[in-house]
Design a binder for this molecule. Structure first.
Ligand code: PLP
Length: 306
């Protein structure tokens, strides 16, 4: 099963159902206002990777929007495992899965005031992890630097908050599609490079792995943090977190997208500048070391099997 016909398993507040069946009220504040936070995990060898890191970021996002999460991590993990088991039963799928947890503030009378909201609720969605397409593997993603829109300033809707409001990202991706590209790179209000629509970005120059610093106004990606903490060094690269100017894109040898679902994916071009993605590109070694690390970490956590 692929594309639009793919079975997606849902769990709304403990009730298991197909994601094609509606469950939420039209007064749900996640739907009305994007008043929600979310996280995405994936499994490696059927073990959830970086459970605690994503859970901590979920709490950090929730704190930022003054939303109190009423469930323990263990309760939600049990719900994720139930949902995964139901997904496997229904789809007969045996490989690694994508796990999305969204927590909405509640529902109630129409109005922005959070005092109008009932208690929070959750929705878990499970489907196969999307693979890398042969096109991206061979030629890399084609990116454009957005001209019509900038990344939300940190003083407004801080990109570090992983909320249900992705309109900034959606508008950037729309521009990319209009310009026949796969994804967008956003500048911040100071004109520095930030990130793509649902991924962080990094570059290789010689033996240096360079990525925009958190101060540029980005999501603190778990993939990015894992590479900074251990993976880059094991792959023979030195980490440099710093401000990156769009004028530098033609100084780098390689470019890549980083996210939970993509781990490390090659970028073949940004605007008119082309990067190497051939078998000798260093990003492949980084990707292999990352995957080994994730498999090793997941193997040590039998309680996170899904
Ligand atoms: N930046 C944005 C805007 C994202 O939405 C995501 C993931 O969804 C990332 C970066 C990558 O974060 P992570 O590596 O934690 O998946």
């Amino acid at each position: 099963m692929t594309g639009g016909n793919q079975y997606i398993q849902a769990n709304t507040n403990g009730t298991l159902h197909s994601a094609s069946q509606p469950t939420l009220s039209p007064l749900n504040r996640g739907f009305l206002y994007g008043d929600a936070v979310y996280e995405v995990w994936r499994s490696y060898d059927k073990g959830i990777f970086a459970w605690e890191e994503h859970w901590a970021r979920l709490h950090s996002s929730a704190r930022s929007i003054h939303l109190e999460i009423p469930w323990t991590a263990d309760y939600i993990r049990d719900q994720v495992c139930r949902t995964a088991a139901e997904f496997r039963k229904h789809s007969l799928y045996r490989d690694d899965i994508y796990i999305r947890l969204q927590i909405y503030r509640g529902e109630g009378a129409i109005g922005l005031d959070t005092a109008l909201s009932s208690e929070p609720g959750f929705v878990i969605l499970i489907k196969p992890v999307p693979g890398i397409s042969p096109e991206v593997r061979n030629h890399g993603n084609r990116l454009i630097i957005a001209q019509s829109i900038r990344r939300n300033p940190v003083q407004s809707l801080d990109p570090a908050w992983k909320t249900g409001n992705y309109l900034n990202n959606i508008m950037g991706l729309r521009e990319a599609r209009d310009r026949k590209a796969d994804d967008v790179l956003f500048l911040n209000m100071a004109g520095e490079l930030t990130e793509a629509s649902t991924s962080n970005v990094a570059f290789i120059q010689g033996d240096r792995w360079i990525t925009p610093s958190l101060g540029s106004g980005i999501l603190a990606g778990i993939t990015r943090a894992t590479i900074i903490a251990t993976v880059a060094k094991s792959a023979g690269l030195t980490v440099k977190e710093r401000s990156v100017s769009p004028n530098e894109i033609n100084h780098f040898d390689e470019a890549m997208l980083l996210s939970t679902t993509k781990d490390v994916q090659p970028v073949g071009r940004i605007d008119d500048f082309v990067y190497r993605v051939d078998a000798a590109a260093k990003l492949w070694r980084l990707k292999a070391v990352f995957e080994d690390h994730a498999r090793g970490a997941s193997a040590k956590r039998p309680e996170l099997k899904v």
